[in-house]
Design a protein around this ligand. Structure first.
Ligand SMILES: [Zn+2]
Length: 280
């Protein structure tokens, strides 16, 4: 069976946590060998570590820009302390999820944007100090994140849920990053993203679900159906092999070949996954 790695999966999220063993078992049955579980705020550092231990998976620690209002000096100090405490923990593979969000209007207010920048910069410095790659959130903020990476180079990582242009993709690749592709590229109308998924160098893409978010098109519930009372089911890591097969088809390779290639790319982006995969 092909071996897939879900490089971005919020298994501690409330939508999934209540029945996480079943969710993880379904993903394993579908061929997902490893999940990387990123943190979003100080309050879930312990939850992502516990979820990773429970499922034989990996985790990351970081402060997500959507929750910037919670990220005062104490949160950055807590992150630093948690990273120091996890130095010997093989399951800690990255700093994340960190980055910038210019999609949510309130987060673009000048003083909030400034705080987003400060929190990102502090975490990029921690990535250098702890020699860890980063998992980047770049929604509507790809150029701004690239600018920060040029100011503060880090040991690579993943531009998660990448949805930028070809030149922006190339800029990340030039800095040693991989690009995370998931459910968004399964939508027939996502022509630019599908074109990139088809044409980027084979070694540049890693696969992810971002569960419980970003459902693939076959699980999408549109606004009209939601208004009519249909509740969208949470996305889960078990969708990864089908999403991966879509990307494989776009690229004209077999699903098995793409599983092998995209998993090798994940190990290159997050080297600490290698011993975990050997043990999984
Ligand atoms: Zn995420």
């Amino acid at each position: 069976m092909p071996c897939w790695i879900d490089t971005h999966c919020h298994l501690d999220a409330p939508e999934l946590a209540a029945h996480r063993p079943a969710v993880r078992a379904a993903a394993a049955a579908a061929g997902v060998r490893l999940c990387v579980i990123p943190a979003v705020a100080q309050g879930n550092f312990e939850a992502v570590r516990a979820a990773a231990c429970e499922g034989n998976d990996a985790y990351a620690l970081g402060l997500h820009p959507l929750y910037v209002a919670q990220h005062g000096a104490a949160a950055l100090e807590a992150l630093e302390a948690a990273l120091a405490a996890a130095r010997g923990d093989a399951r800690l593979v990255a700093i994340g999820e960190i980055g910038l969000d210019a999609f949510v209007p309130a987060l673009r207010a000048p003083e909030v944007w400034q705080r987003q920048l400060e929190v990102l910069r502090a975490q990029l410095r921690l990535a250098r100090r702890f020699a860890l790659p980063v998992l980047l959130h770049t929604r509507r903020a790809v150029d701004a994140v690239l600018h920060e990476l040029r100011r503060t180079p880090v040991p690579g990582g993943i531009a998660h849920a990448f949805s930028g242009s070809a030149p922006q993709a190339q800029a990340f690749l030039n800095m040693g990053f991989k690009l995370g592709f998931g459910g968004a590229c399964t939508f027939p109308r996502a022509t630019r993203l599908r074109q990139l998924a088809a044409s980027l160098p084979a070694e540049s893409i890693v696969m992810e679900t971002d569960a419980p978010d970003i459902p693939p098109h076959w699980r999408y519930v549109d606004a009209a159906a939601r208004a009519a009372g249909k509740v969208p089911p949470p996305n889960t890591p078990a969708e990864l092999p089908r999403i991966g097969a879509e990307v494989a088809a776009l690229r004209g390779v077999s699903a098995g070949e793409w599983a092998r290639q995209s998993s090798a790319n994940a190990l290159a982006a997050l080297p600490r996954l290698t011993p975990l995969l050997d043990a999984a």
